[in-house]
Design a protein around this ligand. Structure first.
Ligand code: F6R
Length: 341
């Protein structure tokens, strides 16, 4: 059933080009399209990995289509419900996460239009929300979310594309090819470094900040190595005190408006002796020269960089967990779906 793969997680990582492609191909129904076009503000509620895709959406949607977006954790929302206006989107792979369901119910009670983005047809969120946008990841067996994360991003990027009148049609219809390329990326040196570490920082700016949070979550979840996702510019406001030659920093530094400032953050971290694993684009020799390990991803549109950088971080967590002989598909203390608050 694992189709020749050692773990479901690796199989599911490899299914991501298809997961992204199928979700884009399925498109968005007229009713969801109308809902998205009519919204003058969007609030997303989610937990865990789904919370990270929601944060990525916030950065991308606010900068690419100027719509105000707020993101709330399901577990916080219920007890400290913010004033709500506009469309409320619940993002949940399983559609059964108790905290996300509770938040969605609060939004309904306040008469907001509601949309569920989920991988599970007929799940609880689809029965509560006014409309559903189904991700096409297929069943995800491994506890760690991978192909559902990519499918969520596909669905959320489709929403951005709708708001931008199809400006990203071409980018989105070819993105799966870049995801395919990155699956073959060699990362052994980085894995060896992470497997020896007790603490790892993951840093990025803009949408790469939540991508880093997701990279850290995957690392913690399956390898049990302590990892923190941080906004690169915030490290100097405290966490610098933790940097030593034994604390690797995984930094995402690709061509985008924050490239220059990100590169100077990397130099500051190097000056504190932290070994740097940088994810940059092919051909960026300048960056490759200042870091310890350089992992290249294809030079593509920002939307696609978000996907490919995420896949590299999933592979890093996966191979680190394997090197440490962890139970990758069933990490300790965790369940696939958290149905209690
Ligand atoms: C991490 C992971 C969890 C889920 C979270 C929400 O790999 O899988 O953090 O993302 O429990 O689950 P859903 O998306 O089903 O609501």
């Amino acid at each position: 059933r694992k189709g020749g793969f050692t773990h479901y997680m690796l199989k599911e990582i490899y299914e991501q080009p298809q997961s992204f492609y199928e979700t884009i191909r399925a498109g968005i129904s007229e009713r969801v399209r109308k809902m998205v076009m009519e919204a003058d503000e969007i609030t997303l509620v989610a937990c865990g990995t789904s919370y990270h895709t929601a944060l990525i959406f916030k950065y991308l949607a606010e900068s690419l289509c100027s719509i105000p977006v707020r993101v709330e954790m399901g577990s916080e929302f219920k007890y400290f419900t913010p004033p709500l206006r506009g469309l409320v989107i619940a993002v949940s792979q399983s559609g059964e996460t108790a905290d996300t369901i509770a938040a969605l119910k609060m939004a309904k009670a306040r008469n907001c239009p509601t949309l569920a983005i989920t991988n599970m047809q007929g799940s609880t969120v689809t029965r509560i929300a006014d409309q559903t946008l189904l991700m096409r990841a297929g069943p995800e067996i491994s506890v760690a979310a991978t192909k559902s994360y990519i499918a969520q991003l596909a669905a959320l990027m489709e929403i951005i594309n709708v708001r931008c009148e199809g400006a990203f049609d071409d980018v989105l219809s070819h993105a799966h090819l870049a995801i395919e390329d990155v699956l073959l990326q060699e990362i052994k040196e980085a894995v060896d470094l992470c497997a020896k570490a007790e603490h790892i920082f993951f840093v990025g700016r803009g949408p790469f900040y939540p991508v880093s949070m997701e990279g850290a979550l995957k690392m913690k979840e399956i390898s049990y190595v302590h990892a923190e996702g941080y906004a690169a510019g915030e490290l100097k406001h405290g966490p610098f005190a933790l940097l030593t030659s034994e604390t690797p920093v995984v930094a995402i530094c690709t061509p985008c408006p924050t490239y220059g400032v990100m590169a100077s953050n990397i130099k500051e971290m190097k000056a504190r002796r932290a070994p740097i694993i940088a994810i940059g684009v092919f051909g960026d020799t300048e960056l490759a020269e200042i870091v310890d390990i350089f992992i290249p991803i294809p030079k593509t549109h920002l939307l696609v960089q978000v996907l490919t950088a995420s896949v590299v971080l999933q592979l890093l967590a996966y191979h680190t967990a394997c090197a440490l002989q962890r139970d990758v598909d069933k990490p300790r203390n965790l369940a696939k779906s958290v149905t209690v608050e």
